[in-house]
Design a protein around this ligand. Structure first.
Ligand code: CO8
Length: 262
């Protein structure tokens, strides 16, 4: 395990080929102040640039993944403050521009911007203690980091509408049933499981991993015909990879492949 830069509000470390980012603002339940999200952006930039990293895990504390945007910091924002800063788009959405897979490991509260940030990741692993919600309506605003768009796509319109309009929280079991999370893990095993999952992904050929991520994302962003065409083109392109040759030859030779990530 190697710690990377010195940050104030996050801890960024490497565990083998996995980059681990832990929100570290426990007194405020990891409320997402601008400095924290800037550090997140920096850590993601570093992990993306590093050839030694194949997958990324983002996690919080036992009590909270993140309890939302920092209400204290944004309460006096004017329209112009939010617009000129390009609030949310400038740094929160760095996650959505990651080309390497990003897993959210969520225990405790994932509320408002915390839920939205988790939904920006490629998939969510939830501790049995996880609570998801979009309670912005209670503080006189609305989800502003994708909640009204990604939640209905994940759980369907009825549940998303109810959650956004009533601020009701959804527990881990309901979240799994509804398709918001990939899997539920006992809380004390969450990090271990998320790191093992990321490690499995990082053990595969990185260009193939990236091609799969890009292709699955097309399913959400295009019609079936366009999506299938995209997949087919990328699939054909995969035959240009050294790792494809190695993977298939290793299978035929009944040995473990050694991927070179090219
Ligand atoms: N921002 C700032 N501080 C927070 C936040 C937050 N989102 N959440 C918790 N805190 C602070 C509390 O103020 C408290 O601080 P202190 O100890 O100094 O009083 C500390 O964290 C602990 O919180 P509680 O004492 O409230 O802990 P509880 O266990 O009693 O309750 C809850 C936990 C239920 C999570 C409660 O803290 C809560 O309801 N938090 C707010 C949740 C919320 O409304 N989140 C949505 C925020 S808005 C948002 O995310 C919008 C995203 C993008 C919008 C863009 C708009 C421009």
């Amino acid at each position: 395990m190697t710690e990377t830069r010195n940050y104030q509000f996050i801890i960024a470390e490497t565990r083998g080929r996995v980059g681990l980012i832990t929100f570290n603002r426990p007194q405020q339940l990891n409320a997402l102040c601008d400095a924290l999200v800037e550090e997140l952006r920096q850590a993601l930039d570093d992990f993306e640039a590093s050839d030694a990293i194949g997958a990324i895990v983002i996690t919080g504390s036992e009590k909270a993944f993140a309890a939302g945007a920092d209400i204290t910091a944004i309460k006096d924002f004017s329209y112009m403050d939010a617009y000129r800063r390009d609030y949310i788009t400038r740094n929160w959405e760095r996650i959505t521009r990651c080309r390497k897979p990003v897993i959210a490991a969520v225990a405790g509260y994932a509320l408002g911007g915390g839920c939205e940030l988790a939904m920006m990741c490629d998939f969510i692993l939830a501790a049995d203690t996880a609570q998801f919600g979009q309670p912005e309506i209670k503080i006189g605003t609305l989800p502003g980091a994708g909640g009204t768009q990604r939640l209905p796509r994940a759980v369907g319109k009825a549940k998303a509408m109810e959650m956004c309009l009533t601020a009701r929280m959804m527990g881990a079991e309901e979240a799994e049933r509804a398709g918001l999370v990939a899997r539920i893990v006992p809380a004390d095993k969450l990090l271990e499981d998320a790191l093992a999952t990321a490690d499995t992904i990082a053990s595969f050929s990185l260009p193939v991993v990236m091609m799969i991520k890009e292709s699955v994302n097309r399913a959400a962003e295009s019609g079936l015909g366009e999506g299938l065409l995209f997949e087919r083109r990328v699939f054909h392109a995969s035959f240009s990879l050294e790792d494809q040759k190695e993977g298939m030859v290793a299978f035929v030779e009944k040995r473990k492949p050694v991927f070179q990530h090219r």
